[in-house]
Design a protein around this ligand. Structure first.
Ligand code: NAD
Ligand code: AKB
Length: 316
């Protein structure tokens, strides 16, 4: 089986997606064949499941040496600065999000790596994009530095594929909701915080207004989508920028109502802050028919199924 020959490097492995993706990849490829790397310390959930290295993605030389020494064949690049944190330090966000990707793409080209995965985001879309069922190809004028860096990154991925044949694949994730690892500075983070506060305080003060609809997805669906995309045959991949990906769309009011089915005395209040402007610039729902057509994408979790699973696991 070809999977046995792969040696994978996950960069940003201690983050919200990195922890769960690393664990899922280790199940498929074996713990020793999936190296977790991050600037920060190894996440507790990863300890004992496989190798961990401390790595700064901006240090291209160190990255290159690691890839050669460990005979890496695939890279999953997850290190980035997300939307809300990016607005606090736009220069840093641009620098990390762009240079990190270019370092990986360059080395992938030079060393003929088998595959690269790099996530984009629904943040590429801006106020001029359609709000409902936002299509794969449409007007894209992002207004956050995070969205600008993701959109530019999509073009670099396509360029390295077209010009150098690098097999780089990408998904425009919606906001991701998980119980294993905390989110890292995004606008959609409220949809994770709300479950914690519902269980601990029976109240949540939301930083977005009650009718702010955003595209969202439960982490198990996101991990499965990532692995299905990466396992799809080359000839099935028609999009080398980044695929639209969709599962659920809901507002703070609706997620609160879903939680109240389990915790009837849970209450929510609203105090929108600067993240409201970011949320208002994004679509409310996404058309992912191209991903459905190319590699049979289909989400499993709706809002209530996600709520039941989140509350069950956070209660444990
Ligand atoms: P996160 O902030 O939780 O994790 C990112 C990880 O990268 C952190 O552990 C951080 O320590 C690490 N990192 C930061 N700078 C680094 C550096 N210089 N070198 C090495 N590691 C470094 O982010 P996440 O939510 O896991 O997101 C992962 C990727 O998915 C990002 O590209 C993000 O834009 C994208 N994405 C995430 C979401 C979401 O809802 N979580 C949605 C859309 C896209
Ligand atoms: C964020 O809110 O910044 C992320 C994203 C949608 O990219 N969750």
């Amino acid at each position: 089986m070809s999977a046995i020959k792969e040696k994978i490097l996950v960069i940003g492995a201690s983050g919200q997606i990195g922890v769960e993706l690393t664990l899922a990849l280790r199940k498929i490829y074996g713990g020793a064949n999936v190296i977790a790397a991050d600037l920060r310390e190894e996440n507790e959930l990863l300890k004992g499941s496989g190798p961990y290295v401390s790595l700064d993605i901006m240090n291209k030389e160190m990255l290159h040496v690691l890839i050669l020494r460990q005979n890496i064949t695939q890279i999953y690049l997850l290190a980035a600065i997300l939307s809300a944190t990016g607005e606090k330090n736009p220069n840093l966000a641009w620098h990390l999000n762009m240079q990190g990707l270019l370092n990986v793409l360059d080395i992938a080209r030079e060393e003929n790596l088998h595959k690269v995965y790099w996530p984009s985001s629904i943040a590429v879309f801006g106020p001029t994009s359609p709000k409902q069922n936002c299509p794969q190809q449409t007007i894209i004028e992002p207004t956050t530095v995070y969205g600008i860096s993701k959109y530019a990154g999509e073009f670099w991925c396509n360029y390295y594929h077209q010009r150098y044949g690098v097999d780089v694949r990408s998904l425009r994730y919606p906001g991701l909701i998980s119980y294993k690892s905390a989110p890292g500075g995004g606008t959609t983070d409220y949809a994770v915080e709300i479950y914690h506060d519902a269980l601990e305080e029976k109240h949540y003060e939301c930083f977005l207004s009650e009718n702010t609809y955003l595209p969202m997805m439960y982490m198990p669906d996101a991990i499965r989508a990532t692995i299905e995309l990466m396992e799809a045959p080359q000839e099935a991949i028609s999009v080398r920028h980044s695929y639209n990906l969709s599962a659920i769309s809901f507002s703070p009011k609706e997620i609160a109502a879903s939680i109240q089915k389990h915790i009837p005395d849970f209450t929510i209040s609203y105090k929108p802050d600067s993240r409201q402007t970011i949320a208002d610039s994004w679509p409310q729902s996404i058309d992912d028919s191209v991903a459905q057509r190319d590699w049979n994408w289909k989400p499993e979790y709706d809002l209530d199924a996600m709520t039941a699973d989140m509350l069950k696991n956070l209660t444990k």
